[in-house]
Design a protein around this ligand. Sequence first.
Ligand SMILES: NC(=O)c1ccc[n+]([C@@H]2O[C@H](COP(=O)([O-])OP(=O)(O)OC[C@H]3O[C@@H](n4cnc5c(N)ncnc54)[C@H](OP(=O)(O)O)[C@@H]3O)[C@@H](O)[C@H]2O)c1
Length: 313
Amino acid sequence: MKTITFRNGDPMPLFGLGTYQSKANELHDAIISALKDGYRLIDCAAYYKNEEIIGAALQETFTSGLVKREELFITSKLWNNNHAPEHVEEALRKTLHDLRLDYLDLYLIHWPIALKHDIEYPRQASDLLSLEECPLTETWKAMEQMQAKGLCRHIGVSNFSIPKLKELIAVAKNKPEMNQVEMHPYLQQNELFRFCQSEGIYLTAYSPLGRNLPIKNKPGLTNEPIIIDLAKKYNCTPAQIIIAWGVQRGIVIIPKSVHPERIKENIKSLDINISPEDMTKIATLDSHTRMTDGSAWIFPDGPYTMKNIWDEK
Ligand SMILES: NC(=O)c1ccc[n+]([C@@H]2O[C@H](COP(=O)([O-])OP(=O)(O)OC[C@H]3O[C@@H](n4cnc5c(N)ncnc54)[C@H](OP(=O)(O)O)[C@@H]3O)[C@@H](O)[C@H]2O)c1
């Protein structure tokens, strides 16, 4: 498995399994299939409400001897209603309990968005807290404490813009080591990528296949003529081209699937070597188009806007 290397020398697989919206009855078998096929990174989140199922599947594979805990890299995320420093440890311990683990390899702040503690998903502006009321820098300090306690080996963020990363870097004892963001050929995030590289922050691409759905006026990545032509050329599937492209950029790629044949297909992308000319062809698909645009957090008179979530013009 190709890896990236964190500042302390720990490796992280460049490729893993996403678990958002994986249904309970399918997820257990998906995890077992993935581990049998050589996956070693599983991307989880408290918000996905399926960490107990993942925990049971992991336990089964430890007992059967399929894999050892130390061979795996498990990521999870702090949900938006637990940003207040006094809630971070409880949230992390609940995730560890559900996953049946003693530590996470990576713990991320899921969104730069704060919700009131008793609200899981906002329905009105008053469900949200502004970043002045619940500063990200305070949440970050609590994340650092979790790392110091050994509950997670590495800490990072998700859906963070350059200005928000800078804000954390300014106060951090340990800078974020990872920013997990939406990334695929329609949304290549080159400026963010350059900034993160200059700060020693790695990127993980979520929705790396663009969810295999059409976006706005586009046919969807697996239906893009450029991708289809390259799939023919490299004798592989469109999804494999998209994954290979991401991995070759040095980005951690975590496609979600619950189908054994796709789980296998996706990891086999690591065997494909796309030429520099073909990498450039794929780069022409960039249109800065998001599937997840943050609109779920935006209400009239609420603290969040598209502009202040992404810090883009
Ligand atoms: N940090 C965040 O805010 C955030 C947000 C979104 C996602 N994520 C993480 O990133 C992971 C991946 O993102 P995602 O689930 O949004 O989207 P994705 O991985 O781009 O796409 C998943 C969709 O593609 C299908 N698929 C998988 N492999 C395929 C293949 N080889 N050919 C055709 N279709 C294929 C899956 O269907 P089947 O399952 O039916 O095969 C599923 O419908 C998530 O699961 C989650 O772990 C994080």
